[in-house]
Design a protein around this ligand. Structure first.
Ligand code: 3PG
Length: 392
């Protein structure tokens, strides 16, 4: 936006779109008392440039003929698109925004814990991660189609451009989702999430080397404990499995791209975070289904399903339903958060979420953990905390 303070050699003009104050024939030297940072010039040119136009909301001591001991004008500047000076109402709305984000984060984390527990229970009995990934997307897509059809939620207005922009996001989401589920089918939930806590390191590396962004030194230093902690946890993992490890690593990389593309795709669009994620689920489902059939296929699924039902009983169906529903819900809430925050904050929130998932899954599944393994996880999480501090 363009600056709104202009200064003329003849008449200083404080110009905003709402208010204009002029004093004609003002002697030159006194002008500095009004606007000390503005240099007088012969040609009236804008001399101050700020990112948003400034408005003047109050002017005091306009009688300037007497000798002046203090500043003649008290300006309260505020942005052109605001109707009040930056003050208590902004502070209040900022506080309300923070509370809203806090509620989103807490809900997102709680739903994610439930998802992870049911997902692992299903995968223990039915080790077909490609199908369970597909079912999660199918369930979310169905829920949203029903809510649009019944007008519980207003359907988004999309065009071809929207779907084209969504495609790379959906590819990254699909890869990240399947990779994480494959990982969890091979290793403990806690181990997958310890490795996935390395996501900020992927975020920095991608941003630095592919997007050309630079970061303060502290950010790079914080990657040492993140990467070191993950590495320590990996080498001391009692039930290490290379597919499980690589699945979590691939998921990290894919989700960094997903978050970057998502934020770009959501910028300036009228589609809400909730509907954006719904469209993402539908597109990902279309992408994933043929691959799931090719990799696993109906024959394996039918045999596996029979085995699972015979071992677990009819409750198994509810487990599958729970993992699918909770998968959609936690992602939906996380996208509602992404509406409000940067990809970086999202990434940090996601890593902090993993603490609750790691702890609860270790308790529920009685996962054996060596002290040095727990130390690796703690160092990685601490690194993430340091990273978030260095980014501020
Ligand atoms: C998935 O299945 O998509 C992953 O378990 C989710 O990983 P996240 O914790 O990074 O969302």
């Amino acid at each position: 936006m363009i600056c709104a303070i202009k200064h003329s050699a003849i008449a200083p003009v404080i110009n905003g779109s709402d208010n204009t104050f002029r004093r004609k024939n003002l002697p030159g030297p006194k002008r500095s008392l009004f606007l000390p940072s503005i240099t007088a010039e012969k040609n009236p040119k804008p001399v101050v440039s700020v990112s948003k136009p400034l408005h003047v909301s109050s002017v005091e001591y306009l009688a300037i003929s007497k000798p002046l001991k203090k500043s003649l004008i008290t300006c309260k500047a505020f942005e052109a698109d605001r109707s009040q000076p930056i003050g208590s109402s902004e502070v209040k709305s900022e506080a309300a925004r923070r509370v809203k984000i806090g509620i989103y984060f807490a809900t997102w984390w709680a739903l994610n814990v439930v998802f992870n527990i049911y997902n692992k229970k299903v995968l223990n009995a039915f080790p077909y991660p490609w199908l369970t990934s597909t079912l999660s997307l199918a369930c979310g897509s169905l829920m949203m189609l029903i809510s649009w059809a019944t007008r519980m939620t207003e359907a988004p207005k999309t065009d071809l451009d929207f779907w084209k922009t969504l495609l790379p996001v959906a590819v990254a989401h699909t890869i990240g989702h399947v990779a994480a589920t494959v990982s969890m089918s091979k290793v403990a939930v806690s181990f997958t999430h310890i490795i996935k806590s390395g996501e900020p390191a992927f975020s920095v590396l991608v941003s630095r080397f592919l997007l050309g962004e630079t970061f303060p030194l502290g950010v790079y230093l914080s990657l040492v404990p993140i990467i070191g902690g993950c590495a320590l946890a990996a080498v001391t993992e009692l039930n290490f499995n290379m597919t499980g490890f690589m699945g979590a690593m691939i998921s990290n990389l894919a989700f960094v791209f997903r978050n970057i593309f998502s934020k770009k795709g959501m910028k300036g669009k009228s589609v809400s975070g909730m509907n954006y994620y719904a469209c993402l689920s539908i597109l990902s489902l279309l992408l994933l289904t043929p691959f799931a059939i090719a990799v696993e296929g109906p024959q394996m699924w039918a045999a596996g399903w029979q085995t699972a039902i015979s071992q677990i009983g009819p409750n198994f169906v509810w487990w599958v339903a729970a993992q699918s529903v909770f998968y959609h819900l936690y992602n939906q809430v996380s996208y509602m958060s992404l509406d409000e925050i940067s990809p970086l904050t999202f990434s940090i929130g996601n890593t902090m979420k993993r603490i609750s998932v790691i702890v609860s899954s270790i308790i529920i599944f009685h996962t054996p953990v060596q002290p040095v393994n727990a130390l690796g996880a703690a160092i990685a999480i601490l690194g993430t905390f340091l990273y978030s501090q260095a980014k501020q």
